[in-house]
Design a protein around this ligand. Sequence first.
Ligand SMILES: C[S@@+](CC[C@H](N)C(=O)[O-])C[C@H]1O[C@@H](n2cnc3c(N)ncnc32)[C@H](O)[C@@H]1O
Length: 289
Amino acid sequence: MTFRELYRSIYELLKKSGTDSPESDAMELVLHFTGMNRVSYLINQDCQAEPEIVNMVCEAAEKRSEGYPLQYISGCWSFMDCELLVGEGVLIPRDDTEVCVREVLKYSWDSPLVIDLCSGSGAIAIAVARNIPGARVIAAELSDAAFVYLEKNTELNGVGGRVVPVKCDIKKCYDSYNDGSFDVIISNPPYIRKSEIPSLQKEVRCEPEMALDGGEDGLDFYRTIAEKWVPKLKSGGIIALEIGEEQGEDVRKLLENNGITELRIVKDIQGLDRTVIGRRSHYSKTDVH
Ligand SMILES: C[S@@+](CC[C@H](N)C(=O)[O-])C[C@H]1O[C@@H](n2cnc3c(N)ncnc32)[C@H](O)[C@@H]1O
């Protein structure tokens, strides 16, 4: 079988199974297992593929046709200027999350101390460290599986000295930090309503439930962050949270009630509410001792 025939056969399989973007997924699978880039594929497409390669590509295409994420097959994914290892047990970073990071990058910073709550693969923490000179970032994550990726990604992206992975439950570990410690709190926490999880796309249901489950109303983590973590921000510090498209007003109110001002809801590229950002008031009630 030639590489072109191999591509064609898995493209047909993915198309028949209703997989989104069957052309690009089929091409990604062929390139991943052959180690070719697009140019070498075009040059070699009429050469014979080794039987072992054919088997590996066909097995992976079968899994993909059943809804297994392409990113878990390839084992890596890019986020902004970072290359991240991903696999079962860690959330695949989404382009939407750039909105939150880019809002933070718009401020002018002088070696800020940042905490990324619910860090997962480390996408946010690493992008912040790479794009803000001198930033030091604590990356807090509870899942054992995700933590392995977080540690590896930190090293792979050359920010090992400036991103510090910390394994902790953000619903409990806030007392480990003094009030007024951080210049920035940033987070993409789990925010899907528990009842919605069974109806999510097949691909998303392959991702860890712990990365998705935001409790009955999806707001559990925002409550913890607003009540327990906002006091850890310096006066004048910035908080930026990714949100689900219908959570903007609820999250805005939670932050407002806990001393955050200058609140803005920022939309993603599709025009959906995606980030709430604000500044800890210089005269917050949490300053009064
Ligand atoms: C929506 S994912 C975001 C991952 C990453 N920040 C990103 O944007 O790709 C949420 C992450 O929160 C982690 N998590 C869930 N509960 C947690 C807790 N109580 N404390 C710390 N991390 C938690 C999950 O394991 C998951 O990695």
